[in-house]
Design a protein around this ligand. Structure first.
Ligand SMILES: [Zn+2]
Length: 257
């Protein structure tokens, strides 16, 4: 039977080194979601896959399937996001975004919204010069929306006020409320403020092409970032190794410890 080749575009979420000179990639592809791809000779000097087979590369692949595995015939790089590779902080955030995407992606199912979010996030890290806590928090929140955990943030879930005094986000229920409307929720809820609430609404309800186009003063950015990270942690019910590595790079004052 002739080998059935097909072409797809995808981002390398992770690379695993195997025996000898091969790599196994976890690819997030447009039309088949998460795919395990064996790339023969990818670690060899002068391999034609060297660029395309590195983590966070966005490439066009010609693949074929054998059993449970995909194999690479060709890989042509479209974008390497070289701007994020020069700094450990941006590179490790890129790996974190990829680990989040891997957690939400499924095999053999189209993943265009997730892929678009990841591409835009890597582009922001690579080229936009936005504050990293802002990019991280906006990505986390939009990621939750794409993964099916969008918060209800248009008004207080209890009294219906569109602009709650002392707004809080309940990270378990995923709803907004006034501090006084649900005092019993205090353990699950994180405080916001008018500016951080408006940033949250921009991310959840706004145009994704302008996801990172906003500014926040340092205090509001901290509340926004804390809320996004806590909400993600509660909703995903797991820790992320790459996030812990990113945090290990930060000065103590920024980690909230
Ligand atoms: Zn209320």
């Amino acid at each position: 039977m002739p080998v059935a080749y097909f072409v797809t575009r995808g981002i390398v979420l992770r690379e695993t080194v195997t025996r000898e000179s091969d790599k196994i990639l976890t690819l997030l592809s447009e039309d088949r979601g998460k795919m395990p791809v064996i790339v023969r000779g990818a670690r060899r000097k002068n391999s034609r896959f060297a660029a395309a087979a590195q983590s966070l590369a966005w490439s066009e692949w010609t693949l074929f399937r054998r059993g449970d595995w995909y194999h690479a015939k060709e890989g042509n790089t479209i974008e390497l996001f070289s701007g994020l590779r020069g700094r450990l902080e941006t590179l490790s955030l890129g790996f974190y975004f990829a680990e989040l995407a891997e957690a939400a992606a499924v095999e053999e199912a189209p993943a265009r919204p997730l892929l678009r979010l990841l591409l835009n996030g890597l582009y922001a890290l690579s080229a936009l010069s936005r504050p990293l806590p802002l990019v991280k928090a906006a990505f986390e929140l939009k990621f939750l929306c794409v993964a099916g955990f969008a918060p209800l943030a248009d008004s207080c879930a209890y009294c219906g006020r569109p602009d709650p005094p002392d707004p809080m986000l309940d990270t378990v229920q995923g709803v907004l409320h006034c501090r006084n409307c649900a005092p019993g929720n205090a353990g699950n809820s994180v405080p916001l403020c008018p500016a951080s609430l408006s940033a949250l609404r921009h991310v959840v309800y706004g145009d994704e092409r302008r996801l990172y186009s906003f500014r926040l003063a340092p205090d509001a950015l901290k509340r926004f970032a804390d809320a996004a990270e806590r909400f993600l942690f509660v909703q995903m019910e797991r820790r992320f190794r790459t996030l812990e590595f990113y945090k290990s790079l930060l000065p103590l004052k920024e980690t909230g410890l």
